[in-house]
Design a protein around this ligand. Structure first.
Ligand code: NAD
Length: 262
């Protein structure tokens, strides 16, 4: 009996890396897809050092022909793809729409949004004949609220919607499709943005209900839950992993002030 296979796009870093390690510990053989070969080799070695099976493929998720070709290679090399997590993505900084760099805008959509669709198409096609699978897309608190990242933000809203559409389309094959919606999580892009002053940690901390922001492992736990049998009746949802950010943002910035002083 082969282990089931979990494919993680963007698995060479951040949330994809944490999801890969968690799913590996849960018994999946892991396929990492990324363009960061060095990061991919590092995560691969760390998973293999635990005695688990993993494979890395260089794959630009924005290129549908490449994704399709890699999906066929994964089917040939490991088979049994039961899980897909689409974590490949770019994280930009604030920008005004009237001044935005349209090439960067297109690149963002090509990777974050179309990369999600290409990955879902190619790997769901492998799941359909087996009538078994769980897909988790990477949404965000950006899926729900306007924020001044004019390519990233509407792209995340679109990812929530395509997740719902896929959930309905694939539900008849017993394939579930959900999304996680993290708030700020300390991964390399956020670390870099804080270092250059593009994100303000004290502002981030002010708007959450909890005085704690999620770790990469917290997001990986939510992804693992959505992939598990325990979530067998859950499809088409975006599960916020946000320390109460979506609840807290308008409440904590309410013009009437907070009804407590500490
Ligand atoms: N970290 C956060 O605060 C946060 C919050 C909400 C949502 N997210 C989402 O989580 C996902 C992962 O973000 P992260 O913070 O872990 O970032 P990260 O940079 O640590 O990881 C993203 C990975 O995607 C890879 N990648 C980039 N372009 C690619 C391409 N064309 N093809 C394949 N792989 C590619 C990168 O090489 C990198 O390994 C993104 O979709 C991001 O929008 C992150």
């Amino acid at each position: 009996m082969r282990n089931p296979t979990a494919v993680i796009t963007g698995g060479a870093s951040g949330l994809g890396e944490a999801a890969a390690k968690r799913l590996s510990a849960d018994g999946y053989d892991i396929v990492l897809l990324d363009v960061d070969d060095q990061g991919g080799a590092r995560v691969l070695a760390e998973i293999e050092a635990t005695g688990r099976n993993a494979k890395y493929y260089h794959c630009d998720v924005g290129d549908p022909a490449t994704v399709e070709q890699i999906a066929l290679a994964v089917e040939r090399d490991l088979g049994n793809v039961e899980v897909l997590v689409t974590s490949a993505g770019l994280t930009p900084n604030s920008e005004a729409i009237l001044e935005m760099d349209m090439e960067a805008h297109e690149r963002m959509w090509r990777i974050n949004y179309f990369g999600t669709i290409h990955s879902c198409q190619s790997f769901a096609r492998l799941m359909v004949p087996r009538r078994r699978g769980a897909i988790v897309t990477l949404g965000s608190i950006h899926s729900r609220l306007p924020m001044p990242l004019p390519a990233y933000n509407p792209g995340k809203a679109a990812i929530e919607r395509i997740t719902q559409l896929l959930a309905v389309e694939l539900g008849r094959f017993d394939i579930r499709v959900n999304s996680v919606g993290p708030t700020h999580v300390m991964t390399p892009p956020l670390e870099a943005a804080i270092a250059t002053g593009e994100r303000d940690m004290s502002k981030i901390m002010e708007v959450h209900a909890l005085s704690y922001i999620p770790s990469t492992e917290d997001v990986a736990n939510a992804i693992a839950f959505l992939c598990s049998e325990e979530a067998r009746a859950i499809t088409g949802v975006l599960l916020p992993v946000d320390s109460g950010s979506l609840a807290g943002i308008s409440y904590k910035t309410y013009a009437g002030g907070m009804p407590w002083s500490e």
